[in-house]
Structures are given as C-alpha cells and as structure tokens.
Design a protein around this ligand. Structure first.
Ligand SMILES: [Zn+2]
Ligand SMILES: [Zn+2]
Ligand SMILES: [Zn+2]
Length: 404
C-alpha cells in the first residue's frame, strides 16, 4: 500500500493514535530510541524510564501493539516472588535432608599414595591450612602427583551430611518468603520497537500534522493539507502542508520519508525554486543537522521529526513571516489594500512600492527579527531545558536545536 495520507489512515489508528497525545508520544519515543529496553534493578523492579511520565502508558502501548504499530519482544525472563511479586529474589542451595541453606561446596580428594578419600576440609590442617592426609598423616604435595580431585560436593554444616545435588530454592528479600521453582512465577520482560507500519506512520508526519495545522490556524493562517502551489514552470507542486498568511505569503512543509537525508533534500529543492514559497520547512526522520548544512537557501529550513520543539519551531517560522508582513503593511500604509488576487498569492507580485526598497526594509527587519527570535528561543529553550533536566531526559545540543 502507498504511504497513507492523513485522511487515508484506518479510522482506528486515526482515533486511537493520531488524536491521542500519549499514544503519539509513545510512538515518537520508540521511533527515536529504535528499541525501548527495560531497565531492571532488584530493588527498583522493571522500569521503562522514557515512558514513566506518561499516564497509563502500559495500556496505551497494548493498544499500539494491537493496531500492529508497535511490537514487543521478550528481552528477558525474571523470577518473581509468588507472594509479593517482587523481583528482589536470591537463589539458595539447600541441604536435601534438613533443608538448611547453610551448606558449603567442597572438593572430594583422594590421596593416591594410600587411597584415602574424603572432603577437602578433612585434609585441611586447621592451624597451618596445609593439606595433610588424615589416614597416613603425610602432607599432600601436588594435585595429579600424589592426590587427585575426584569431585565436588556440598557439605551441610547443620546436619553434616553431603550431597552432590542440593535443592534449589528462592528467597524473596522483600517479604522473606522462600519458595521453590515450581511455585515461582517466571515472567517475560519485554522490549518495544516499531513495526514497519508504525515506522511508516511516524515518518509520514501523520502524528505531527494535526498539531502543526492547528497551531498555524491559530496564528490566522489559511492551511491546506496536502496543499498545492503553482510553480513558474506551470507545474502544480504538492506539499504536505501549505499555510498562507493573510497577505498571501506561503509557508510550505514537507515530511520527507527518504532514509537518505541528502536525497530527501535534493529531490525537494527544485520544488522550492520553482514555486518560490516564502518559507519551506523540510522535516527529516533523522540527520537533519547534517542535511541543513547542504542547504544554501535562506528560505529553506531542515528540521528533525523527533526534535522536542518541532511544532514550536514551525510556529516561530510562521510568526516571523507574519511579523515581516506586518512591517511591510506599515511601510505601505498609504498604498491601496491588496487585491483579492494578491491576497491569495496568485498575482505576479505587483507591489505598490519599488521592490528594491521593500527588500531592503524587510531584510533589515528580518535580521533584527531573527536575532530577537534566536534570543527568545534561547531563553525559552533554557527554561524548558531546565525543566526537562529535572525530569532526567536527554535533550539535543544547542546546535542540533537550532538546526540551520
Ligand atoms: Zn515476596
Ligand atoms: Zn594417606
Ligand atoms: Zn543438612
């Protein structure tokens, strides 16, 4: 099946995933991590730190598994206490006769010179620590030469009996319950990954589109998704999202599904050149920072799908466009109102003041705005970062954050 557009998604995925912020977040966390693995600690239990802040994530993730977007695989199995459920469980070796755990492994030695067999502890002189034969009283010299080790047994320090098959038991350090393997629960521990379908859903931008569209609409932009823009060549180019300002400036957004960032960029630049959209945002599944280095065009921004403030960054690009427009309206205050054609961005850009003048004004303003924006973003980012750090989440470095 071809890439599903937002409207072409199965209804249940649309309702259960696209419209649910928790489900979306889980998908993006797994997408970024590749595989989310359990963190197992005896006292802390089984944890999935990336999901911990998300309410009811275990239930949501089961839904995602049912929808075949996420798959779980057994990463391990753990013994749980059948009484309290804790995994803080130790193994114990028990004497099969008196059930004491106080048994000691020891070697069985044969003194080859006289043929006497006993445990190592019987040969060991308690004062010197030397091995002396209890029968013939001669010291043992070298294994293989005058004695051999013929096996290993467990000696019970409680009932003094020996065994080579101690019982295996488990002891819960949380509730002190001791149990054998038959009553132990031996539960799988899962790791989570996206299925190919889940992967496709993420890179298609389906999880982000709604949020981005709503944010742009809130700014007063007219949004279409997908949207068309006529190129100078006469070709209609399609973008995943087209947002138009009241004066007809165009912000175009594409979600690139290509794995190769340079291919994703080079295949889209001709579209930008032909249509002359005012701002073009290309969102890559990964490698946005490197890819942004390739782009020499000032109006093209390359962002990464999983960056924490993707929507905020698009909003600030849109605000920049609006601000620029507002300044120009001020400059052209005496000029007649834009015709309907200009409003929808269909005119050939006939402006009431010389284009040169307009450009110089807007560029100067733009520089200042960009500086202001960067400072504002920096501050905003620092504040958010502080917050995030408290949650113990890793964030992108400042370079990656600023992308271009
Ligand atoms: Zn227990
Ligand atoms: Zn001997
Ligand atoms: Zn015993």
């Amino acid at each position: 099946m071809a890439t599903p557009a937002l409207s072409g998604l199965p209804k249940e995925i649309e309702e259960r995933v696209v419209h649910d912020p928790i489900a979306r977040k889980i998908m993006l966390i797994i997408f970024k991590a590749g595989t989310v693995r359990p963190k197992i600690g005896l006292e802390t239990g089984i944890r999935y730190p990336p999901f911990e802040d998300l309410p009811q994530w275990t239930k949501v993730i089961e839904d995602l598994i049912r929808l075949k977007l996420v798959e779980k695989n057994v990463a391990d199995r753990l013994i749980h206490c059948p009484r309290c459920g804790s995994i803080h469980v130790s193994s114990r070796l028990l004497c099969p006769w008196c059930k004491s755990f106080n048994i000691e492994p020891t070697f069985i030695i044969q003194h080859t010179l006289c043929g006497y067999i006993d445990t190592e502890s019987k040969f060991r002189d308690p004062n010197t620590g030397q091995l002396i034969c209890p029968k013939c009283k001669r010291p043992l010299r070298k294994e293989g030469l005058d004695y051999i080790v013929i096996g290993k047994v467990f000696e019970c320090l409680n009932c003094k009996r020996k065994t080579n098959k101690p019982l295996i038991a488990f002891y819960c350090r949380n509730c002190t319950h001791q149990f054998d393997y038959l009553s132990a629960s031996y539960e799988p521990v899962y790791e989570y990954a996206l299925t190919p379908l889940g992967q496709k859903l993420v890179v298609s931008g389906a999880l982000h589109k709604e949020e981005i569209i709503n944010a742009l609409k809130e700014l007063g932009l007219i949004v279409e998704s997908p949207g068309k823009e006529k190129g100078r060549s006469g070709i209609d180019h399609t973008f995943d999202i087209i947002a138009r300002t009241p004066q007809g400036r165009v912000l175009a957004i594409d979600f690139a599904e290509e794995k190769d960032p340079s291919l994703a960029i080079t295949s889209r630049i001709p579209k930008a050149l032909d249509t002359e959209v005012d701002r073009y945002v290309i969102i890559l599944p990964s490698g946005a920072f490197e890819a942004s280095m390739m782009v020499q065009m000032k109006n093209v921004a390359v962002l990464e799908l999983t960056e924490p403030y993707l929507v905020e960054r698009i909003v600030s690009i849109a605000k920049e466009l609006l601000k620029k427009e507002a300044k120009e309206v001020e400059v052209t205050a005496e000029a007649p109102e834009a015709s309907e054609e200009e409003f929808f961005g269909l005119s050939g850009g006939e402006l009431s003041i010389p284009e040169e003048e307009l450009l110089s004004v807007s560029e100067e303003g733009e520089k200042k705005e960009e500086k202001e924006k960067e400072e504002g973003e920096k501050k905003e980012k620092e504040e958010k970062e502080e917050k995030e750090e408290k949650k113990g989440e890793a964030l992108l470095g400042p370079d990656e954050f600023f992308g271009t």
